[in-house]
Design a protein around this ligand. Structure first.
Ligand code: F6P
Length: 368
């Protein structure tokens, strides 16, 4: 019987439990033994009780639970070859050579590296006498399939990462709460949202809540953003609006690559010589990642989990490591490393653009 393992890695995201449930049940349906690796890569390195065979009932109730019930961790040992060697040994001892990982692009890149190294890791284990040649013989090749679990929605090649819509819903709910008190006191709120280097959550939340002003990393504001923001907000206030909401992505930068902070924005809104608004800062923090998954993420985790089992069983030594995407509402397999590369290219393009703009501005300043 084929043995496959499922693991969650990196920051948790709502919908990861739907993935684990779908992989376990689809795997059993396909006549496989399915294992859950607890605590991400840490569990692979530790082995023993961290790698547990799952039955159909073990994942009952998973759809309506937030976070990841099989745990996740940032594992330093896995960054080093000896850690990966121990992980490979634990997998061989359990007869596992097919791994489905749900995590962000860093976790998935680590998985691809592990797969590439696998034959040499096994050879070294044999040469060191930790495994017998006969033990590694059936497991010469490692198959890996990735699922993108992240609230940030920051991977190229897929329309949505598992967890992004839940976090967005949570942000909107929180902004609604804030609006009630903001309106009561006629106050302004500067709300910082997560997303790491990606502005998707902030942008979509601003659209969905009708925020007054927004800062995201992908499109730094012009140098006159202070005047522009005050002008827009003044206009909204003159139209009778009793509340002001400014959303800042945690990765927001200005044209010079400097961080735009909630305090900077608050000080400006509160400035007595300007708008003089009674202003508060709210950093939403980890409430965005917690709580149960919205229907979309449960559906996405389930459909992608099913597809991942099919993909890992069909993979051959020749197939590239794939991840499961959703594009134009269709679940699709795509080459993992191409998507990671594209994501990095977009990020560096933004960096480059920002650098060029900063240089151009500096040149103008010099020529003035
Ligand atoms: O990648 C998900 C995320 O929640 C980011 O939005 C945020 O920047 C980061 O993780 C926070 O990480 P931690 O939970 O380690 O503080």
């Amino acid at each position: 019987r084929k043995k496959i393992a499922v693991m969650t890695s990196g920051g948790d995201s709502p919908g990861m439990n739907a993935v684990v449930r779908a992989v376990v049940r689809m795997g059993i349906h396909m006549d496989c033994d399915v294992f859950a690796v607890y605590e991400g890569y840490e569990g692979l390195v530790r082995g023993g009780n961290y790698i547990k065979q799952m039955g159909w009932e073990d994942v009952r109730g998973y759809l309506s639970e937030g976070g990841t019930l099989i745990g996740t961790a940032r594992c330093m040992a896995f960054y080093e070859r000896p850690g990966r060697m121990t992980a490979a040994k634990n997998m061989v001892l359990n007869g596992i050579d097919a791994l489905i990982i749900c995590g962000g692009d860093g976790s998935l890149t680590g998985a691809d590296k592990f797969r590439a190294e696998w034959p040499s890791l096994l050879e070294e284990l044999v040469s060191k006498g930790e495994l017998q040649q006969s033990q590694i013989e059936p497991y010469k090749h490692l198959n890996i399939v990735g699922l993108v679990g992240s609230i940030d929605n920051d991977l190229s090649g897929t329309d949505a990462t598992i967890g992004a819509y839940s976090a967005l819903a949570r942000i909107c709910e929180m902004v609604d709460y804030i609006e009630a008190t903001a309106s009561s006191h006629s106050r302004a709120f500067v709300i910082e949202v997560m997303g790491r280097h990606c502005g998707w959550l902030a942008l979509m939340a601003a659209v969905a809540t009708g925020a007054d002003f927004l800062f995201i990393p992908e499109k730094p504001r012009e140098d006159n953003w202070r005047e522009e923001m005050c002008q827009v907000i003044k206009q909204h206030r003159e139209m009778g609006k009793r509340k002001t909401i400014v959303i800042i992505a945690e990765g927001a930068l200005d044209k010079h690559g400097e961080k735009v902070t909630p305090t900077m924005v608050k000080d400006l809104l509160a400035d007595k010589d300007g708008l003089g608004l009674d202003t508060r800062i709210t950093t939403l923090g980890h409430v965005q990642r917690g709580g149960t998954a919205v229907a979309y993420d449960r559906m996405l985790g389930t459909l992608q989990g099913v597809e991942a089992v099919k993909a890992v069983l069909e993979a051959t030594p020749e197939t590239e490591t794939c991840f499961i995407a959703i594009t134009e509402n269709k679940i699709a397999r795509k080459p993992l490393m191409a998507a990671v590369k594209e994501t990095k290219e977009v990020a560096s393009l933004i960096e480059q653009q920002r650098f060029n703009e900063a240089m151009a501005l500096r040149d103008t300043e010099f020529s003035d």
